[in-house]
Design a protein around this ligand. Sequence first.
Ligand SMILES: Cc1cc2nc3c(=O)[nH]c(=O)nc-3n(C[C@H](O)[C@H](O)[C@H](O)COP(=O)(O)O)c2cc1C
Length: 466
Amino acid sequence: MNFDLSDYLDDLRRHHPEELVEINAPVERDYTITACALELEREGRYPALLFNNVAGSPMPVLSNLFASRRRIALLLNLDERDLVEGWIRLSQRRVPPVPSREAPVQEQIFTGDQIDLGRYPIPIHFEVDAGQYITGGVVLSRDPDTGVGNLSYARMQLIGPAAFGVSLHSRGDLWDSHRRAALQGRPLEVAVLIGPHPAIALAAADRIPPDDDELAMAGGLMGAPVPVVPACTVDLHVPAYTQMVIEGVIENAANVDEGPFGEYTGYASGRSTRNVLRVTAVTHRRHAIFQDVVPGASAEHLTLSKIPRVARVFHQLKQAIPEVVAINYPMSGTHFHCYVSMNKTMEGLPKRAALLLFGLDMFAKLVIVVDDDIDVYDEKEVLWALATRFQADKDLFVVPGVLANVLDPTTENGLSAKMGLDATLPLNAREQRLSISPAVRAAVDRLLQDELPSAIISRFASGEPE
Ligand SMILES: Cc1cc2nc3c(=O)[nH]c(=O)nc-3n(C[C@H](O)[C@H](O)[C@H](O)COP(=O)(O)O)c2cc1C
């Protein structure tokens, strides 16, 4: 079994070269890495990016690894079309970590005065950002009461040679562990994993109950236990094949200036819990790769956080309403818009599905429900359904003043209106959607494949404009 990010990248190089773009030209550490990913994204391309020559550091920087659903499906040995259902299946398995005899992540160890975070390629991503940020750090910790392990994410602003300002604003398990440790008068010990196996990074993005260990979930996703070794300066066990680990404590007091930082809404946010992470050791492989996650409303940030969320919402929605066929949170709506398709059997069912979704997902603000002939991953189809199957006086409802995500700049005191749109055909509708039969489509595909290149050549030859 492969536990190593570099082996995984080798695998991409060998079997899916289109999924990994290596950039050997010298690049600046700041802005460029983010800009490359976002420019490619504008062209509809989402390759993982490996920058082998980043100014100021010998470490290569990997970015955009999680920008594509296809790559995540490949990693989990799933068909892209089966990603949501496959995730629901795989994410329920638990394989606890095992002790490792090898510790490549500790090939180099820096403690005390030897720690100098300034020598690692921690980028500034956007001009409005307050500084250099680690965005892809997976924060490993243990529940201060039960000792159960936890994986999470928190943006980390470099504020000194051995210190970060961090924000735990999602108020998930990491925030709660820190809160309870502080009540006991203790700081929370953490180990930040940079460049773990991608399954570990995916498990960290999920929100599972605090008595359930995400490292065991990562083992379930990989189908093999994660090998771990004791950390050097904190009482934690870290995945042995991670590229780099930053050990330290999140202090009790929360009083540091942190942010603003480019958030998934597409705006900079200064909201912060203002915590300090004091670093006690940095360990890494001799030839470590530094992993960055493209922040802001990027495909990578949104895809990484959406995979587990979509799976959880879909699973719960489908349990209550089996007629639900698929859901998609389109990139255009960041975490706030959701498209649902269903095999409608009763009038009113689409509105019930939308209401349920709002109950399940605090972030959702707009839900559009369509029939199951509409592909929810094709925004053009969803908008066509809205154009031809929706009347605003009866197919729209608004629920005002519902608890929502505070990073949405339009919320007031954390409250938002929720809007549901039923863009399904009435059950007694007589309109027939235009379509082309699969047989004709296949025949035409063959015809175009054979004829199109020569047709284009003859058009050029005759001097016709393109
Ligand atoms: C790439 C990425 C960055 C994130 N950054 C932050 C952050 O800076 N602060 C925060 O509170 N939540 C952040 N989150 C959200 C939480 O980390 C996420 O909800 C996580 O699953 C919470 O896990 P926990 O409940 O185990 O703490 C981020 C999520 C992702 C995927």
